[in-house]
Design a binder for this molecule. Structure first.
Ligand code: IFM
Length: 427
């Protein structure tokens, strides 16, 4: 850290992100999702916990909006739970939340799918994409008069790979490469949702895709090939169809249905492209040590000399600059303005100086990307609150605000006060 964060352009949008399943609780007032069923299976969530109560946000949302207003963010990215919208009165909650945000001067940025698929639906089925578009139309009809920015999907790559290929997230399928249709149907769902939102008059539409540079473990051909495959599966397979209207070489023929016709839907123009960035990956040929216990055609390696967060993820801020300049080079004028829709880290403790250092470093790296000519319009920290971190349960704390999960007491951390100060200086 050295001196104040450089000034971002006027109008740059600052925010924080959360997701429904990770904070809402109140499971008894909504349908069940694949994550409820997954968490009930012994051994699937590390600490045996579920999101039944989580941050009890459905009841405490006013207190949470006050925390947002106190922080001084322009915008709040939350997700709408499809199982809740399917339940009587479910949309009323998002109606109240949206009103509360608008009254506090915080722009609502809803994500329409953040992994909590209604139980009984399955992304292997193409029909799920049509069902999604119908649900999106209902949400847009209800909230569209107050929402200026929409996000269709969160991280379809992780939902495909962790949830359907490797089985370590819900719904717990271990399909390996047979999970590819899950990716295609989510991308199709995204394109259909864009059309549904446009039909409802929306003018600010994007997606939140996770991306990170992939670094070969060595210059050996086997390592380079493994890294290239990893990059295809994690990065290009989810960005190319949206931004270039095609799959990377060798992928399209593995996808189901009339892929060319679907790609026209998938490539509907976007108003912004959301990037969730956490860390780069160093990847080599299989070395028999893969953490997922599956025979994968690549293996992730440590990045020497880099500190790691409580999730074990390396801290490499400059990789964010590399990612964004690389995106600009690959997609050129096809790339709409970028918004960083997630960036953050897991660290324990209220005096979270390591989180401050992480965010400080990444904001400087982001500024460098702007200076290099990448059009970035906003930055959202993951996350407002400590929350249910999926298969890790409550062990990994990503919040700017500490949550005591016994009392539900919220306590702003040092990073909350630091980010508030950054936002003051930027205005
Ligand atoms: O908590 C998750 C979030 O739901 C999606 N992106 C990564 C975060 C940290 O793991």
């Amino acid at each position: 850290m050295s001196g104040p964060i450089p000034a971002f352009p006027a109008g740059f949008r600052w925010g924080v992100s959360t997701s429904a399943h990770q904070i809402e609780g109140a499971v008894e007032t909504r349908e069940r999702s694949v994550w409820d069923a997954f968490s009930d299976r012994p051994g699937r969530v590390r600490d045996g916990s579920t999101a039944a109560v989580a941050c009890d946000h459905c009841r405490r949302y006013r207190e949470d909006v006050a925390l947002l207003a106190g922080l001084g963010v322009d915008a709040y990215r939350f997700s709408v739970s499809w199982p809740r919208v399917n339940s009587p009165g479910g949309l009323d909650f998002y109606d109240r939340l949206t009103d509360e945000l608008c009254a506090a001067g915080v722009r609502p940025v809803p994500t329409l799918f953040h992994w909590d698929l209604p139980l009984g639906l399955d992304w292997r089925q193409r029909a799920t994409a049509d069902r999604f578009a119908g649900y999106v139309a209902r949400v847009a009809d209800r909230l569209g008069d107050r929402v200026g920015s929409w996000i269709t999907l969160n991280e379809p790559a992780e939902h495909t790979l962790l949830g359907h290929a490797l089985g370590v997230h819900a719904p717990g399928e271990r399909l390996l490469f047979d999970a590819l249709p899950v990716a295609h149907h989510q991308l199709l769902a995204h394109g259909l949702a864009v059309r549904a939102l446009r039909a409802a008059g929306a003018t600010g539409i994007g997606i939140a895709n996770s991306h990170g540079p992939t670094w070969p473990a060595s210059e050996q051909p086997a390592d380079r090939e493994a890294a290239d495959l990893y990059d295809t599966l994690l990065n290009r397979m989810f960005a190319d169809p949206l931004l270039l209207g095609r799959y990377p070489d060798g992928v399209g023929e593995l996808m189901p249905g009339d892929v060319d016709a679907d790609l026209e839907v998938i490539a509907e123009p976007l108003d912004f492209y959301g990037v969730n960035y956490y860390a780069p990956a160093r990847v080599g040929a299989p070395d028999g040590t893969d953490q997922f216990g599956a025979e994968l055609p690549f293996s992730r390696r440590e990045i020497p000399g880099r500190p790691v967060t409580d999730s074990g993820w390396p801290v490499v801020p400059k990789a964010l600059t590399e990612l964004l300049t690389g995106f600009r080079a690959r997609y050129g004028d096809r790339l709409p303005p970028i918004v960083i829709t997630e960036n953050g880290c897991a660290y324990d403790g209220l005096d979270d100086q390591a989180r401050i250092a992480y965010l400080d470093g990444h904001l400087r790296a982001l500024h460098e990307a702007l200076t290099a000519g990448v059009d970035v319009r906003g930055y959202f920290v993951w996350s407002l609150l400590d929350n249910f971190e999926w298969a890790e349960g409550y062990a990994h704390r990503f919040g700017l605000v500490h949550v005591d999960f016994t009392t539900q007491r919220r306590t702003p951390k040092a990073s909350y006060r630091w980010f508030r100060e950054v936002l003051r200086e930027q205005r």
